[in-house]
Design a protein around this ligand. Structure first.
Ligand code: MOS
Length: 788
């Protein structure tokens, strides 16, 4: 923890020192105090509904994913996972495996190349690793499922068969594998970019004195990311140069990490990842990439390591479980006196991801007193990690159910109760909101959803054997923009442009949206813009996490564009209609540059470059430091509405209607945004009703490591999902845009739980809300026929 704090403190010092210079220079408009982003709205590309550029390649099967790269002489890998949670690998008999057909190599900790201990992301922001556990470097077992051997063979089947012949012998040590036992052992304060604790006045005292209150415990289970594409890597060494075809949302960080571990220069490693079949926070650096590179080095042949679905559960961490208390004390008119939100999450001894469930509560409501706190209990398990809306998804479930429970107790409309407690500024920091239109999101959503037609009293609306109810919840997700973004921009005499950055495309529309933004800035049609991404050798080091990739690289493209305009004006010289214009009076228009105030002063890129006798012009620029959210409270917001039908006889829940009303700044592409919102809402439905990683608390083994036993929503579980948005640009954010990748995950589970309460009068505070919980809880469902 102290290592992390020091690294963080250093990073922040550097950031603040650079901040002064940056603010003085104010190179970009979204820095505090500067004018709005000059991204001009004249070509109609911003916000347009544009299909993904990579779509045709994918439907034709022409997009090659990491496990589909064919390499000459390639070997296939199979990984053996430990079956004890903690202890030692005393011995491993590899003789039968080694003699099996097609086997080229068996790698264990005894013959694996020595690797430099890799810091985790929380210890060094350049790293892509979730924990700092050594990879096949010693005989210690740290979780049930840890890789202990890798077999390389000529075919996947041969590798799998040989793996089955390995004979490991373990010596088990006492392990902590139950949440209760871990908590008995003591909890620590969670830390994520600072301690997860906010205390304002005496919340317990105000709660005790409040005339109306709720005080409840909510629990959320472990979750695993189940991307359509399981993790895979294809690697080849060329001398001391390593080429890696990976499926990752952390391309440049992966290159840095592999270089670090193998003691190479960063430019000796190239990571390519143009297509990623979903990430959700899980596609980072885990042991498999290091194992593949180590085995390939030892075997002196290219290696493909494609994890099976079970392998993903063994090697790639998921979201940890939480137990949370939400207590709200209110006046009889609904104003909040006290807001208490505390939680305990399980975490491993080797990482620092405390599932920060209070993040949303820091900014959502005004109250006289706050007590927010996250603690962690250490369990011997695979490192838990970020999963779509880390912290906020599960924290929002508890908070927004608590608000609904309070509204019921007060006899108030839950929307009116929320709006009554809208804060004027961020209550825990005092920061002003950059752009917050929660009321509009609620009012517009309520109108479209028909909220006023609901039955206020629970369990009043019955259709045959189905009880019908509606629920609502607020959602928030923090705005972020990670440092390290850069971009290269080229325009040619033919009026073509190329934009290059080390971004990642997980199927979210990265390339498409940045093509739109680039074309809009340059005044070119999209067909003239090529986007290059998915390659660690391109400029910038930014992960696709935290709903911030678009802002991060968008800011870099803006900076590159500004540099390009300056250079072009200089190149244009005195014989140009642009002569004498300052760069901020010039915009991209009609395949060239024009004066903002008088667009007849215009010259094409072709004319400028021809006169200068230049084929093309290339510039590269870094994004300005992300300082905006130090001065402003910045979040994406939503109002989520759901309608459910609950079967009075079986307890089955069917979600029949969903509406997400979003306030996320300017929406850059209506089509990809709607897909992002819908996808996250579907994931939220899974969180509400189905998803749960079954962790055997006796031995720390995940019991349902497959999509046949880990349930996610399928088509029949998903109703028509309506989405709408305010589309009000945030002048403090690059392009006016807030992140949209995760906001749909917050609000949804609570809206479903609140709808179930409205339908049945039963309050389930433990996710997922399965039919057994509904049947057992409290009295029989209204109209339920007791089982014979
Ligand atoms: Mo997301 S959990 O930050 O990929």
């Amino acid at each position: 923890m102290s290592v992390f704090r020091n690294a963080k403190a250093k990073a922040q010092d550097a950031l603040f020192a650079a901040a002064k210079t940056a603010i003085a220079a104010a190179p970009e408009s979204w820095l505090p105090g500067a004018r709005p982003d000059p991204l001009i709205h004249q070509h109609g590309l911003i916000g347009a509904s544009i299909s993904r550029l990579d779509g045709p390649l994918k439907v034709q099967g022409a997009a090659r994913f990491a496990a589909e790269i064919p390499l000459e002489g390639m070997l296939y890998a199979a990984v053996l996972f430990s079956t004890i949670p903690k202890g030692r690998l005393v011995s491993i008999d590899i003789s039968a495996a080694q003699a099996a057909p097609g086997v080229a190599l068996v790698m264990t900790h005894l013959n694996a190349p020595r690797l430099k201990p890799l810091p985790s992301f929380m210890q060094d922001l350049r790293s892509a690793a979730q924990d700092d556990v050594p990879v096949l470097q010693d005989d210690l077992i740290r979780w049930n499922g840890q890789p202990v051997a890798v077999v390389l063979a000529e075919t996947q089947e041969q590798a799998n068969y040989a793996k089955s012949l390995l004979q490991p012998m373990y010596e088990a040590l006492p392990a902590v594998t139950s949440f209760a036992a871990a908590r008995v052992g003591g909890v620590e304060l969670g830390n994520m970019m600072g301690p997860l604790k906010d205390v304002i006045h005496d919340a317990e005292q105000l709660l005790a004195a409040a005339p109306v209150k709720v005080d409840e415990i909510y629990s959320t289970p472990r979750h695993n990311h189940n991307a359509l594409e399981p993790h895979a890597v294809t690697v080849v060494w060329n001398g001391d140069e390593l080429m890696v075809h990976d499926a990752t949302q952390k391309i440049a960080h992966t290159a840095w990490s592999l270089a670090y571990a193998f003691n190479l220069k960063e430019k000796q490693v190239r990571v390519l990842s143009p297509y990623v079949g979903g990430g959700f926070g899980g596609k980072g650096l885990w042991q498999h990439q290091l194992l593949a590179a180590a085995a390939a080095r030892l075997a002196r042949r290219p290696v493909r390591l494609a994890l099976s679905r079970e392998g993903v559960y063994r090697v790639v961490g998921g979201r940890t479980l939480t137990e949370q208390r939400v207590a709200i004390g209110a006046q009889t008119d609904g104003h909040f006196d006290a807001l208490i939100h505390t939680g305990v999450a399980a975490m491993t001894p080797h990482n620092n991801m405390p599932e920060p469930c209070i993040l949303g509560t820091r900014s959502l409501y005004a109250a006289r007193a706050f007590r927010l706190e996250v603690n962690v209990a250490r369990i011997d398990m695979l490192a838990n990690t970020f999963m779509r809306a880390p912290g906020e998804a599960v924290g929002n479930f508890a908070l927004e159910c608590g608000i609904d429970e309070l509204a019921n107790r007060l006899g108030m409309d839950p929307i009116e109760l929320r709006l009554l407690n809208e804060p004027e500024k961020e209550p825990t920091t005092g920061l002003p909101f950059s752009s917050r239109h929660m009321e509009k999101a609620f009012r517009d959503g309520a109108e479209r959803f028909g909220w006023s037609r609901r039955h206020v009293t629970p369990a009043q609306h019955r259709e045959g054997e189905w009880l019908v109810g509606v629920g609502v919840a607020a959602g928030t997700y923090s705005y972020a923009r990670m440092p390290g973004a850069a971009a290269r921009l080229t325009v040619t005499r033919e009026g073509q442009a190329t934009v290059e950055f080390a971004g990642q495309e997980m199927g979210v529309g990265t390339a498409t949206v940045q093509a739109q933004v680039t074309a809009e800035r340059l005044g070119l049609p999209m067909s003239k813009v090529t986007v290059k991404y998915g390659d660690s050798t391109l400029p910038g080091r930014v992960m696709a996490v935290g709903s911030q990739q678009t802002a991060a690289f968008g800011a870099a493209i803006a900076a590159a564009h500004q540099k390009l305009v300056k250079r072009l004006i200089r190149l244009a010289g005195n014989d140009s209609p642009l002569a004498g214009l300052a760069y901020d009076k010039v915009c991209g228009l009609g395949s060239g540059l024009a004066n903002i105030d008088d667009p007849t002063r215009h010259e094409t890129y072709e004319a400028i470059l021809s006169r200068a006798k230049q084929e093309k012009l290339t510039v590269e620029a870094a994004a300005p430091l992300p300082l905006e959210f130090m001065h402003w409270s910045m979040h994406s917001y939503s109002a989520m509405f759901c309608e459910v039908h609950v079967n009075a006889l079986t307890g089955e829940v069917r979600v029949t209607r969903c509406l997400g009303s979003f306030d996320c700044g300017r929406i850059l592409n209506a089509k990809t945004a709607a897909s992002q919102f819908r996808g996250a809402i579907i994931m939220g439905l899974g969180m509400a009703l189905m998803e749960e990683t079954q962790f055997d608390e006796r031995n720390g083994r995940i019991m349902n490591p497959s999509l046949s036993e880990y349930l996610v929503p399928v088509h029949l579980d998903v109703p028509e999902i309506d989405v709408m948005w305010t589309d009000i640009p945030d002048p403090r954010a690059p392009m006016g845009a807030h992140g949209i990748g995760e906001i749909g995950m917050t609000g949804t589970a609570a809206a479903v739980a609140n709808a179930i309460y409205n339908a049945t009068g039963k309050r389930i505070r433990d996710l997922p809300i399965t039919l057994d919980k509904l049947l057992i809880a409290g009295k029989a469902l209204p109209g339920e026929t007791p089982a014979v």
